[in-house]
Write a protein that binds this ligand. Structure first.
Ligand SMILES: C[S@@+](CC[C@H](N)C(=O)[O-])C[C@H]1O[C@@H](n2cnc3c(N)ncnc32)[C@H](O)[C@@H]1O
Length: 483
């Protein structure tokens, strides 16, 4: 007798829970504990052990699929309808420094009354308590007794670890100098710029943009819902170069670091066999921003020379930052920053590796091609191109996708049935970013067939899809060589 989907999902959960418990014993690491905000990456088997990572992903995917299967359909759909309200509640807690105030309230689990957080922020305590309860219902914060809340495993990710007094006396620098930058990524994604809820408003304008006879079919960045909402007719990155936007640029640089931290530490180190490069080989980080990837590379591989290229304003900001973060390396000349527009011919002719991290996904095909096409002319036969973005799977069964994509997808993770092959919403980061790219830049994450065609049309042959243990949302660096 064939098992029901319910039983199959429940069996997958039981088997994976047993695996997780076994790994925790074998590796002397802790099982996840929702109430514990103090678990570090090092003590969390879910972050460091490949078997545990996979077991956890299956549990989460099966749990969510079970909810989709068993909840009343209208209840389930209404949660999505109200998704923006959950994000709005989170914004309130981020802006009011609730997480930091709960941390400062002392050892868990006594928590802090919402009135105390509200008082500090000049707000209504009853309203704040309702907002925090909404989040606690989704396991972000914990209501330890009526109207009194504590941090937990999820809310703790929003902690800037700064003294509360500093956050209130110097709110503009809340995200400056963070060691762990995830709070900046969370803040950036919803609230910037100028503290109006611009990204959220832009997302709401998606339908209007798609239905616009011109913008809806356009490949131009200025036709995105974000540009429409902000009312600017220059591309975002150019607008960003305006000195008036320097605070926003600073936050963006930190936010990008935060996005990178969503994947295991050092993913950039696994994206290419850097040790195989000879002493003084040149890595050109194109659109390298403030040099977040370059910093990791420079620290781990002192035999490399690194050129970080970006727009002039970003490069100037980045250099100041590096003076404090990695004193001396700029003076030594081992890392140099270079103002360069990647739509112009590539000036560096001696690169062993061209690195494009979070660049190709910022542009529609028309513009991604312009960036990529400049590189073969500057490459040697042994130059490699490393493109780091998310590689999106389809949500349909692998057998239903075109055969060329099937072959290329062989190295991408596929969930066991009856799970959605892409692990569903338990692994949705790539799709969330795809939506974000569409809304903000009229750009996209791509599937592997699309990326292969794009690279091929610009003189690059896709050689390898690199699997990074523990990365989420189909984060797969690609390696290509000149044709
Ligand atoms: C999403 S960020 C990625 C930064 C960096 N690669 C990283 O992974 O941390 C995109 C970068 O592209 C840069 N950029 C945008 N347009 C550019 C252009 N025309 N020439 C050079 N860089 C550009 C932006 O300034 C920004 O730093």
């Amino acid at each position: 007798m064939s098992l029901s989907t319910l039983t199959q999902l429940s069996n997958l959960i039981s088997q994976s829970v047993a695996t997780l418990e076994r790994v925790a014993v074998e590796t002397n690491t802790s099982l996840p504990d929702l109430d514990n905000p103090l678990l570090s990456d090092e003590s969390d088997a879910l972050r460091i052990n490949a078997v545990a990572i996979e077991a956890a992903r299956v549990i989460a995917a099966a749990g969510r699929q079970l909810a989709a299967l068993t909840m009343r359909p209208k209840d389930y759909v209404f949660e999505v309808v109200f998704g923006a309200h959950l994000a709005a509640s989170l914004r309130v807690c981020i802006e009011s420094n609730a997480t930091e105030m709960l941390r400062a309230a002392g050892p868990e689990p006594q928590g802090l009354h919402a009135n105390k957080i509200a008082e500090e922020n000049n707000m209504d305590g009853d309203k704040l308590a309702r907002i925090m309860r909404h989040l606690a219902t989704y396991h972000i914060y914990r209501e330890v007794k009526p109207n009194t809340f504590a941090n937990n495993r999820l809310s703790a990710t929003l902690d800037t670890h700064k003294p509360v007094s500093e956050l209130f006396s110097d709110p503009d620098n809340k995200y400056t100098g963070l060691t762990e930058a995830f709070p900046a990524a969370a803040a950036w994604t919803r609230f910037t710029p100028g503290r109006i809820n611009l990204w959220a408003k832009s997302a709401c304008n998606l339908w209007d943009t798609l239905k616009d006879p011109k913008a809806g079919f356009s490949n131009e960045i200025i036709d995105s819902p974000f540009h429409r909402t902000l009312g600017i007719d220059v591309p975002f990155h150019r607008w960003f170069e305006d000195p008036a936007q320097h605070k926003l640029r600073d936050l963006f640089g930190i936010a990008i670091k935060g996005f990178a931290e969503m994947n295991p530490p050092g993913t950039i180190l696994d994206a290419f066999p850097w040790t195989s490069l000879q002493e003084d080989s040149v890595v050109v980080d194109i659109g390298g921003g403030i040099g977040a990837a370059a910093l990791q590379l420079a620290r781990a591989h002192p035999h490399l020379r690194i050129v970080v290229q970006d727009l002039p304003g970003v490069v100037a900001d980045a250099q100041k930052l590096w003076e404090t973060q990695y004193a001396g390396v700029l003076q030594s000349g081992r890392v140099i920053f270079q103002g360069h527009d990647f739509f112009q011919p590539q000036p560096s002719q001696e690169a062993s590796v061209f690195l494009l991290r979070y660049i190709v996904h910022n542009w529609s095909d028309t513009y991604a091609q312009k960036i990529l096409m400049h590189l073969p002319a500057a490459a040697t036969p042994s130059t490699a191109l490393v493109v780091v973005d998310h590689v999106l799977p389809y949500a349909c069964p692998p057998t239903a996708v075109p055969s060329d994509v099937q072959a290329l997808s062989a190295s991408l993770d596929t969930a066991p049935p009856p799970l959605l092959p892409n692990y569903g919403s338990a692994n949705a980061l790539g799709h969330l970013l795809d939506s974000c790219m569409l809304v903000s830049l009229n750009a996209q994450e791509r599937n592997i067939g699309h990326l292969q065609r794009l690279l091929g049309s610009c003189g690059w042959r896709l050689e390898e899809v690199v699997r990074i243990e523990g990365a989420s949302g189909y984060y797969y660096p690609l390696r290509a060589v000149p044709v």
